[in-house]
Design a protein around this ligand. Structure first.
Ligand SMILES: Cc1cc2nc3c(=O)[nH]c(=O)nc-3n(C[C@H](O)[C@H](O)[C@H](O)COP(=O)(O)OP(=O)(O)OC[C@H]3O[C@@H](n4cnc5c(N)ncnc54)[C@H](O)[C@@H]3O)c2cc1C
Length: 318
């Protein structure tokens, strides 16, 4: 199967590649060195904001956003895939182009379902890369792959909603630039199963929000991004913070995670491709038992198998 892209996409591919070669790969060591030397791992290496400024100036910005051509590149999800793959080749790549999760999904939610006032307050600074955001759906107490299970409550009291719940794996909540969370909870436990849930905007500094701890993924805290356990105790926000309306939370989650999960696949294919390339380089340089690794049959077989698996995943994603 062959996928061909428009001239506009091909042009963006070569510009994003050029930006990665010139700016992002050389910045990786600077980024990690800063964190290693810093007393506080939950701080942002200044090189990241420098990269963002450069990418924005070159128009390589918000490429994921199909709506709002004024802000994004106006690409559909398929056209975005080759770009996301290139950005995903570096752990610091996507953010440099304002294309990293969970902001991308949150921006899409605000663009599609938010009111004008919500967009002005939260979408615009997110699109400008001035703040970051988090999405709090998953809960430790229930199997959250089925989002109808979430137990967090969002109760209407006069002109406010009162939120109580415990979330975890809230990616990005520990980033000092994270100012807003989209929280999913239940507004009506008696409604039909898929209309019990709602999504609501909760500024991170609201009274009653406690960031309890970073969770580890395969032994890494993933600082300064991180995945937080978050306690919400009698958190009060204005009723106007609800997204869409009461009962629309499950549908919005599907609208968000549909493209959002595929974005992760695109980035991870880039990550895998880069690992494969490093493996090939290593196999060319390393000598074992009188032959380069790249001349050893079993190593060649492993590399070929990985190449096939990556290409298979790429085609499935496209
Ligand atoms: C790095 C990372 C970042 C994350 N970021 C966020 C975030 O920003 N915000 C957020 O809200 N959540 C986030 N999550 C949480 C993630 O969305 C959940 O872990 C996921 O939805 C699964 O839910 P669970 O952990 O409750 O597992 P469970 O629902 O308890 O699932 C347990 C097991 O059941 C299996 N299973 C589930 N459903 C089925 C099925 N239909 N058929 C067969 N097997 C099934 C699963 O594969 C799994 O092995 C993140 C997770 C990770 C690891």
């Amino acid at each position: 199967m062959k996928f061909t892209f428009t001239d506009k996409v091909d042009d963006l591919v070569s510009r994003v590649e050029g930006f990665m070669n010139e700016n992002v790969y050389p910045a990786e060591a600077v980024f990690h060195e800063f964190l290693e030397k810093s007393d506080n791992r939950w701080t942002i290496p200044p090189i990241m904001e420098e990269l963002k400024k450069k990418a924005k100036a070159q128009g390589l910005w918000n490429l994921f956003l199909a709506e709002f051509e004024d802000y994004g590149a106006g690409l559909n999800n398929l056209e975005y895939a080759p770009l996301a793959e290139i950005m995903g080749r570096s752990p610091i790549g996507s953010e440099a182009f304002n294309c990293s999760a969970p902001d991308t999904g949150n921006m899409e939610v605000l663009a599609r379902y938010g009111t004008q006032a919500q967009r002005d307050e939260w979408l615009v600074p997110l699109l400008n890369g001035e703040i970051r955001s988090a999405f709090a759906m998953t809960e430790p107490a229930v199997a959250s792959s089925d989002a109808t299970n979430v137990q967090c409550t969002i109760d209407r009291q006069g002109n406010e909603y009162v939120i109580n719940g415990r979330k975890w794996w809230t990616s990005g909540a520990l980033d000092p630039r994270c100012k807003i969370m989209i929280v999913m909870g239940k507004t009506d436990v008696n409604a039909p199963r898929h209309t019990q849930q709602s999504q609501i905007l909760v500024p991170v500094d609201t009274k009653g929000v406690t960031l309890l701890r970073p969770l580890n993924v395969f032994g890494s805290d993933d600082a300064p991004h991180g995945h937080a356990e978050v306690l919400l105790e009698n958190v009060r926000v204005p009723a106007s913070n609800i997204i869409g309306g009461e009962g629309e939370g499950f549908a919005i989650a599907q609208g968000r995670l549909g493209p959002g999960r595929i974005h992760h696949c695109m980035r991870l294919i880039g990550c895998a491709q880069r690992a494969l390339e490093l493996m090939c380089k290593r196999a060319e340089n390393r000598v074992a038992f009188g032959k380069k690794l790249s001349d050893q049959g079993s190593v060649r077989e492993d590399i070929a198998k990985s190449a096939c698996e990556i290409e298979q995943a790429r085609l499935l994603t496209l």
